[in-house]
Design a protein around this ligand. Structure first.
Ligand code: HEM
Length: 504
């Protein structure tokens, strides 16, 4: 059997299903007819799927529909519609898509982001809520954030050209401290390397259209030796990485607890004084791994985009530095205790989260019931995609949305500040990002400490100033395209502050 036979079989099954399908109780929301290859769009780096979906919004309205090989896709181009469906009707819109390659064969469906809606899901969420579910709960981890961000400054000072690696290393260090009480090594940390490898494999295994098994799920059951089933060997290899990423740090905490040396962490809190059933063990282990899976790459994208913004918009940088100089002075680094006194830093944090949209289409929610919404039929099994990118660039909500302008979040000339993007960028309903307070803290402290001590500017090569391009990558998590910038201490005093020992 060749791939072509399998494809034809898939299309044949789809046609039979369509013929047998009962009549719909209401029309689908409007949308492109025919065969819109949205999946393929997502894989073409030159085409940003969120821009294609924004065009749907302009053509068809805030809710639009397409059908691709029997899969109904509902695109939401407006916050109000997303809240009405994903939040107010969350009981039937909180499942996730079944992804045969990444979810089933590799095993990512055990992590929270792809976990089916149900009892296990509630247990994972409870664990997240207990540890990092509010700004107040995050207070416990402020010392970790401050210390690791100070170390970040030192790494950047030592090797500014390796900014993106430092951002990644620091995000990993913060999450592993919180999740497993693990202190990362300065270079080549085995847990960080393992987790990064697994996260890359997550992207590869869940990439839309990359694997035929995602189009024809029955292929999951084809034995590995069948010609064309190389994906099964790949899945086996990636599954092994994922299991190591989950098991090794978990075992590390258990060993430390047995030796009485475990620092407080997400895992140690959940294990302390309890004998766990097999199910409870699974839940603690995989919810801890979900912290890394959900948190590392997203925070990396947000903080890297901060440096892009500082490179491109020197006036904003001057303004935020002036605020820090006036409120903090040159003799110490900012801390979370200063947060309420630094409104422009706060505004910059909001603008960074709005301007570069880390998760432009969030993560699809799957409908578990048929629904009729505002006269439109949304069948069970539909995938709902909130176009977060557009919601954060909607001219009805943000004046000149493509302009980078933190001032939009300040009260000025009697005008109300524009909508806080953090009410949109973390998604909706029962699936809303459970790491939002951690993400918010990481972005805030990175801004405050970095701008306090560094000047970030365009690099000059052969006498020519290089202006980085704004070209975010496609994929569930969108990153700024790699760029060069110059990062130098602002003054001798700033250099001294960076070089001080990170206290704690
Ligand atoms: C700038 C940083 C971040 C952004 C923009 C972001 C955004 C999002 C979005 C849009 C979703 C999907 C929500 C939905 O389905 O409606 C999500 C889910 C998730 N995020 Fe975040 N996130 C960030 C950081 C973090 C951090 C730091 C963690 C953990 C430490 C985390 C853990 C997760 C997890 C586990 C899920 C899956 C939740 C579920 O399916 O129930 N995220 N995030």
């Amino acid at each position: 059997m060749t791939w072509l036979d399998l494809c034809l079989a898939g299309v044949g099954l789809y046609i039979v299903k369509r013929v047998l399908t009962k009549k719909n109780p209401a029309p689908f929301p409007p949308g492109p007819k025919g065969f819109p290859l949205v999946g393929n769009l997502a894989d073409m780096p030159s085409v940003k799927p969120w821009l294609a979906f924004t065009e749907w919004g302009q053509k068809y309205g805030d809710i639009s529909h397409a059908e691709v090989l029997g899969q109904h896709i509902i695109v939401l181009n407006n916050v109000k519609t997303a809240v009405e469906l994903l939040d107010k009707k969350s009981a039937s819109y909180s499942d996730r898509p079944v992804l045969p390659m990444g979810g089933e064969l590799v095993g990512w469906k055990n992590t929270l982001v792809l976990l089916p809606y149900g009892d296990r899901f509630r247990e994972y969420r409870k664990n997240f809520a207990r540890v990092i579910g509010s700004r107040a709960a995050m207070d416990t981890y402020h010392p970790v954030e401050e210390m690791e961000t100070h170390r970040f400054l030192q790494r950047v000072l030592a090797k500014p050209a390796e900014l993106s690696q430092h951002v990644r290393h620091t995000a990993g260090a913060i999450i592993l401290r919180i999740s497993h009480g693990y202190y990362v090594k300065e270079n080549q940390d085995p847990f960080v390397d393992l987790a990064d490898k697994a996260v890359d494999q997550f992207s590869a295994s869940t990439s839309t259209g990359a694997f035929m098994v995602d189009v024809i799920p029955a292929l999951q059951h084809v034995p590995s030796w069948v010609p064309g089933a190389a994906f099964k060997l790949k899945a086996k290899e990636w599954r092994a990485t994922l299991e190591q990423m989950v098991q090794q740090p978990y075992q590390f905490v258990k060993d430390q607890m047995a030796a009485g040396t475990a620092p407080e962490s997400f895992v140690s809190n959940l294990l302390q004084g309890r004998t766990l059933s097999q199910e409870e063990d699974h839940i603690v282990k995989w919810s801890a791994a979900s912290l890394y899976g959900g948190g590392a790459d997203t925070t990396v994208s947000a903080i890297y985009s901060l440096f892009l913004a500082l490179t491109l918009f020197p006036d904003v940088q001057k303004k935020v530095q002036a605020e820090i100089d006036a409120v903090i002075g040159p003799d110490r680094l900012p801390t979370f205790a200063d947060r309420d006194s630094l409104p422009y830093v706060e505004a910059l944090a909001k603008e960074v989260m709005r301007w570069h949209t880390v998760t432009p289409l969030a993560v699809p929610h799957r409908a578990t019931e048929d629904d009729i919404h505002n006269g439109y039929f949304i069948p069970k099994g539909s995938l709902l995609l909130p176009n977060i990118w557009f919601m954060l660039h909607d001219p009805r909500t943000y004046v000149n949305p493509n302009e980078f302008n933190p001032d939009r979040f300040l009260t000025r000339d009697g005008k109300e500040p524009e909508t806080d993007p953090r009410t949109i960028c973390f998604g909706f309903g029962r699936r809303i990002c459970p790491g939002m307070h951690l993400a918010d803290a990481s972005v805030w402290i990175s801004i405050a400490m970095s701008v306090a001590v560094f000047d970030v500017s365009k690099v000059v090569e052969n006498g020519v100033e290089i202006t980085p391009e704004i070209d975010p990558t496609t994929g569930t998590i969108s990153h700024p395209k790699p760029f060069k910038c110059s990062i130098k201490p602002r003054s001798a005093k700033a250099l001294e502050l960076i070089q001080q020992d990170p206290i704690h």
